[in-house]
Unconditional design. Structure first.
Length: 346
């Protein structure tokens, strides 16, 4: 199963481009271009981190990229904070500093909190859902600050008669593509995880030979898989790519079949075993000369039924295990293929 911790905090930084150039703050163009030049360093490190998250397998390298981003964001914030107000207008500078400061805080504080959540996220669907929601909330905070910054940029441009080019450079476009791809992945992942986790509860009940728990978890798995497939049916493809959606649908269909067809076979084994144990106990309690023909026939019939259920149990278990492993491996590979395809590489 794909680990979500890699995907925490793909922050989306954006700035308008400005026509003009200059190094000193002799005019509005040079002033805002200095901010953009400083800011481009943050964008580059953000893209480096995002690419490492999507395509890297080395956790140490990913963490190193995050630390680089943290340091760059802090340094850029400090550099811009040292700028003087431009003709007594300090709003653009202060909004940029606030935005970068918030991004820096999220990368350190919110990220740390989410890492703590990740440690328990896979214990239940609710915790996993809360884990992903926490990521989304953190990005929403940054998005609100970003909109405030955009307003200040427009007002600055209007006040000093400048032309803003509303668009993103290559790095900005790549970050936006990554943001959309991760958001789509999270939607599909939650549908998968809900059933996957329920299947784990079912397996635990089977291992404990708890028939009541098996039946309850079987019913829940059937319900979740049906609900999940209905939601997948309404989910559009991502840039004409249905691989992730299809892979999840195959898994949920497997869970549905498991719950509705295969688990009853396994439950039958427990019922046959329970019946045999009772007959055997009563049979063994009688001395040989006390056992009637009906006792022997009943014992043999129950034993045959039990032996047959053992064979069916083993065969079904083997089939489920093999297919589940195949589908999970396929899912994981499709997740990586999806990210490789839709998140550009640095």
């Amino acid at each position: 199963m794909k680990n979500l911790s890699k995907y925490a905090f793909i922050l989306f930084f954006t700035l308008y481009c400005v026509s003009g150039s200059g190094q000193k703050f002799t005019d509005a163009y040079s002033y805002i271009n200095y901010i953009n030049t400083q800011y481009s360093k943050v964008m580059e490190d953000m893209w480096s981190y995002t690419s490492a998250v999507a395509h890297g397998k080395n956790a140490r390298k990913i963490e190193a990229k995050r630390n680089e981003l943290i340091n760059t964001t802090l340094k850029t914030k400090e550099n811009i904070a040292k700028m003087p107000a431009f003709q007594d207008d300090q709003n653009l500078r202060d909004s940029t500093v606030y935005y970068l400061g918030l991004g820096h805080s999220i990368l350190i504080n919110d990220y740390s909190a989410i890492v703590d959540m990740e440690a328990v996220a896979e214990q239940s669907y609710d915790q996993m859902e809360a884990y992903i929601l926490a990521q989304e909330k953190a990005n929403e905070k940054l998005d609100l600050a970003g909109k405030r910054l955009e307003r200040e940029q427009k007002e600055f441009a209007l006040k000093f008669h400048m032309t803003l080019v509303e668009g993103k450079d290559k790095v900005g476009n790549n970050l936006e593509k990554a943001n959309r791809a991760f958001a789509y992945y999270n939607k599909v992942y939650l549908l998968f995880f809900k059933c996957h986790k329920q299947d784990m509860y079912l397996s635990d009940a089977l291992n404990k030979s708890d028939i009541n728990a098996v039946d309850q978890n079987k019913n829940a798995l059937l319900k979740f898989s049906n609900e999940g497939m209905k939601q997948l049916d309404t989910l559009k493809s991502f840039s004409n790519d249905n691989t992730l959606k299809t892979s999840c649908h195959q898994l949920l269909d497997f869970y549905k079949n498991e719950a509705s067809v295969k688990i009853p076979v396994l439950i039958n084994f427990f019922l046959k075993k329970e019946a045999f144990d009772k007959i055997k106990a009563a049979f063994d309690a009688k001395a040989k000369h006390e056992r009637t023909k009906e006792d022997v026939e009943q014992y043999n019939k129950t034993l045959n039924d039990y032996n047959k259920s053992i064979a069916e149990f083993n065969s079904t278990n083997k089939e489920l295990s093999k297919k589940n492993e195949l589908l999970i491996n396929t899912w994981n590979q499709n997740v990586q293929n999806f990210l490789d395809k839709h998140v550009p590489k640095k």
